[in-house]
Ligand binder design. Structure first.
Ligand SMILES: C[S@@+](CC[C@H](N)C(=O)[O-])C[C@H]1O[C@@H](n2cnc3c(N)ncnc32)[C@H](O)[C@@H]1O
Length: 404
């Protein structure tokens, strides 16, 4: 379901959210033998299949390489809004950049124990019995993590998420096709594996973090973007429902300029989230550097607004390109540059006086839970053959904060 509210009226809630409650089982191919005739496709291939089917017409367009070249030129010139505000080029943009991003975001979110626990609606603390063969990072207790018991639904707000990468990543992450997942163990910034001294898992499982997912509660994904992405989102949604049939999700698209003081989408999405059993997850993927380019003061005001509106326990995950130009911000007359990650740490975790003149010492509004300054996401071998447009590895930085 998509709609536009650029001028900032209240958001129309999905009247008939499309859900799949009792998904039909996959068609049986039973024969005398109990061996299935077909092996389920890896989730990455299902994601690519979903994108190919949604963007079929665009992918068959012989002018696509030229359109992509033009988009690259505009991106290089930093004329971002010329790309993202032109409906005619959005599908071409999606066909080139969304597949690699969707696969990267699925892995990045799946690697974060905080994010997975939130999406599972499970109590934080230890993972459920028998679900981890690798090592868990989250050793804080449930109180400390601020994540509550099982929730009926999850709310994810994807800022700058109109292109659909986040939707695809989330649906792939929570779908039952993905019940057994292998995420590579995180590689640190120097490229070496985590915990080189830890030999207790010195077997295959030491190289991957094998996680048996429990069933995920339904996920309501709200995409918020300045671009007219509604038709693209509709295509992805239809395609996802036929490819990842066990995923239980709803989606909504809100076209708005998040930097505009008149935009009340964030308030609508987050204020109502305080009634939910499970705090929301807010994502800002590959968008922060663009926001700073549009207006630094407006971006700072926007982050402040988000900090006021986000209910306690909200997780805020930011991912962006780690290329030098995109990840640094020149500050002051000297032009000394700071990494965007450090700037965010400063803005979100600074001590603030108690709200409304309340008593008590100043406190930070967000707690930094995870931070990566540079890491590579690498596609699995063989995937390129499954998709007609170039797929690429990416180097990114990320931060995960929790609202206190
Ligand atoms: C580089 S794209 C990233 C898209 C998507 N998150 C991904 O990683 O595939 C940046 C997105 O931010 C959106 N955007 C840029 N400025 C915005 C603003 N002021 N308000 C809302 N969305 C904005 C653009 O339309 C675009 O979809």
């Amino acid at each position: 379901m998509t709609h536009t509210d650029r001028k900032g009226p209240g958001i129309a809630r999905p009247k008939h959210p499309k859900k799949i409650h009792h998904p039909p089982s996959r068609p049986s191919t039973s024969t005398a033998s109990t061996t299935p005739l077909t092996t389920p496709l890896p989730i990455e291939e299902l994601v690519l299949r979903s994108i190919s089917s949604a963007l079929e017409k665009t992918l068959r367009n012989s002018a696509l390489p030229t359109i992509i070249q033009n988009i690259k030129h505009l991106l290089y010139e930093k004329k971002f809004l010329e790309v993202f505000e032109d409906e005619t080029v959005l599908e071409a943009y999606a066909s080139r950049w969304v597949p690699s991003r969707a696969l990267a975001f699925r892995e990045i979110m799946g690697e974060s124990e905080y994010v997975v626990r939130l999406l599972e609606g499970r109590k934080a603390g230890a993972r459920s019995q028998g679900d981890v063969k690798g090592k868990g990072k989250g050793k804080e207790d449930e109180e400390e993590q601020g994540v509550q018991a099982a929730s009926p639904r999850n709310r994810v707000v994807c800022l700058g998420g109109g292109a659909g990468s986040e939707l695809l990543a989330l649906v792939a992450l929570v779908s039952a096709e993905n019940e057994w997942t292998e995420f590579p163990k995180p590689v640190d910034q120097t490229g070496s594996k985590d915990d080189p001294d830890d030999s207790e898992d010195d077997d295959d499982d030491a190289k991957t973090d094998k996680v048996k997912r429990t069933a995920f509660p339904p996920c309501d994904v709200h995409m918020v973007d300045i671009g007219p992405y509604a038709p693209v989102v509709d295509k992805f949604t239809t395609s996802l429902r036929s490819t990842l049939i066990s995923a239980d999700f709803t989606e909504s698209f809100h076209q708005t300029d998040i930097l505009s003081p008149d935009s009340d989408v964030l308030a609508d999405l987050l204020e109502s989230a305080s009634d939910l059993a499970n705090p929301p997850l807010v994502t800002l993927f590959y968008t922060l550097s663009e926001l700073f380019l549009q207006s630094r003061p407006a971006t700072i005001i926007f982050l402040d607004k988000l900090s006021r509106l986000a209910p306690k326990g909200t997780l805020f995950l930011i991912v962006d390109s780690a290329n030098e130009e995109a990840s640094a911000l020149g500050v002051g007359k000297s032009g000394r540059s700071y990494s965007l990650g450090d700037v965010l740490d400063g803005l979100l975790c600074a001590l603030k006086p108690a709200p409304d003149g309340g008593e008590g010492p100043p406190k930070p509004r967000w707690k930094k839970l995870e931070g990566v300054d540079s890491r590579w996401f690498r596609l699995k071998a063989g995937l390129q053959e499954k998709y007609p447009v170039k797929l690429e590895n990416s180097r990114y930085w990320s931060r995960l904060y929790r609202k206190e």
